[in-house]
Write a protein that binds this ligand. Structure first.
Ligand SMILES: [Zn+2]
Ligand SMILES: [Zn+2]
Length: 393
């Protein structure tokens, strides 16, 4: 007998809405998700799963074992909220001033919990294991990497990983799948240029860090357009340029800060060297010195071709062909799901969240952002079905 996933998802919808609202009302920032972790751990324990808490500080991991041994698939939800004041008159709006689930992580956790409930229900049909990963701090320094370092992909070894993000450009009821790059790598640039201060009327006796800074800034833009393959996507944006105090004194120092993004993890490692060359050339021409610090944050999120094809086929069977959109436009935003995909094949789905009738027109991180609760059962069913199909294929 085919498992009636959608019907089973619909049966638990009230429970899922209650949970989502509970999470939404009590948003917690990265590595402070204590209440969130407690809520999740309790539900998972009550379901009879093996639950581990305190993974990477506030992360929660649960394991559901099938009746027969087999492969292991992991489902991941991120837990943290944003330092943002919610603007809403909905009864379930955030109760914590200045904090809000404005990136839909409350929905992501609910999908994974929903999938755990459904897979538990059909445990007798399960061959292999499902691991449920609740991860802290996606919005800040990233909880994925420390969770992996603490062994979340081992014991039992995870063969595939599935995650998703509510997506404001995709209509509700549909999902979007992308093969290959889906989110960009992120990096930070911090540059201090040390010149020589002095009277603005005698520039030849000084070393002007502002002129040097603007020349570097210009060349960083030509780096993207002239030194990198135009078919590769990269963004270097200088978002802060600070120097000087007044009208007629040339300052000693200029400070530039910016972000570096690409969809190619090899290019990501080449860009810092190219930047350093520009900085070195320009500063040495003018006789200035510098200190450059480039920090890699998240790698690009690269969906595995085979697993994505498989998950997409599985999704089409559940949702219908028209509801599974083949996407081709990655986002230049970052996502630390990338770290799991560096270790195991998997895919990061876009869960449609655009619905004008329901007023769901706001982008992620917007104070008006909300999710479509009517989809909670369906998406939980989708996660559960993909997991079950992967384990039985
Ligand atoms: Zn976000
Ligand atoms: Zn997010």
């Amino acid at each position: 007998m085919e498992i009636p996933w959608l019907e089973s998802g619909q049966e638990i919808i009230e429970e899922l809405i209650t949970l989502r609202r509970q999470l939404h009302q009590h948003p917690e920032l990265g590595y402070e998700e204590n209440r969130t972790a407690e809520t999740i751990a309790k539900i998972l324990r009550d379901l009879g799963l093996e639950v581990q808490t305190g993974v990477a500080k506030t992360g929660v991991v649960a394991l559901l074992k099938g009746k027969e041994p087999g492969k292991t698939i992991a489902l991941r939800g991120d837990m943290d909220a944003l330092p943002l004041q919610e603007i809403s008159d909905k009864p379930y709006r955030s109760k914590t001033s200045g904090k809000m689930h404005a990136c839909g992580h409350d929905a992501h956790m609910t999908y994974v919990i929903g999938a755990a409930m459904l897979l538990k229900k059909y445990q007798s049909r399960l061959k292999g294991n499902v691991k449920f990963i609740f991860q802290p701090a996606e919005e800040t320094t990233g909880g994925a990497k420390p969770m992996i370092e603490e062994g979340v992909l081992e014991n039992p070894r995870v063969d595939a990983v599935l995650g998703g993000h509510v997506w404001p450009d995709t209509p509700t009821g549909s999902i979007e799948v992308l093969k290959g790059p889906v989110m960009a790598s992120t990096g930070q640039l911090y540059l201090e240029i040390y010149g020589k201060g002095g009277h603005a009327a005698r520039p030849h006796e000084n070393i002007d860090p502002i002129l040097i800074g603007q020349e570097i800034l210009q060349r960083l833009q030509s780096l993207s357009s002239r030194m990198i393959d135009p078919l590769e996507n990269s963004v270097i944006s200088i978002c802060s340029f600070q120097a000087g105090e007044t009208y007629n004194v040339m300052p000693e120092k200029a400070v530039l800060m910016g972000t570096i993004r690409t969809l190619n993890n090899e290019l990501r490692l080449e860009i810092p060297g190219k930047i350093e060359k520009i900085v070195e050339n320009v500063t040495s021409y003018y006789g200035a010195t510098y200190s450059l610090n480039i920090t890699h944050l998240y790698p690009a999120t690269i969906n595995d071709e085979n697993f994505t094809t498989f998950a997409s086929a599985s999704a089409k069977k559940l949702l219908g062909k028209e509801q599974v959109i083949q996407g081709n436009k990655p986002s230049m935003a970052g996502e630390d799901f990338a770290f799991y995909l560096e270790k195991v094949p998997g895919t990061f789905l876009r869960i449609g969240n655009y619905n004008q009738d329901k007023g769901l027109v706001y982008n992620l991180h917007n104070p008006h952002f909300d999710i479509d609760e009517a989809q909670l059962g369906k998406i939980s069913a989708l996660y559960a079905k993909i997991a079950m199909d992967f384990l039985t294929e």
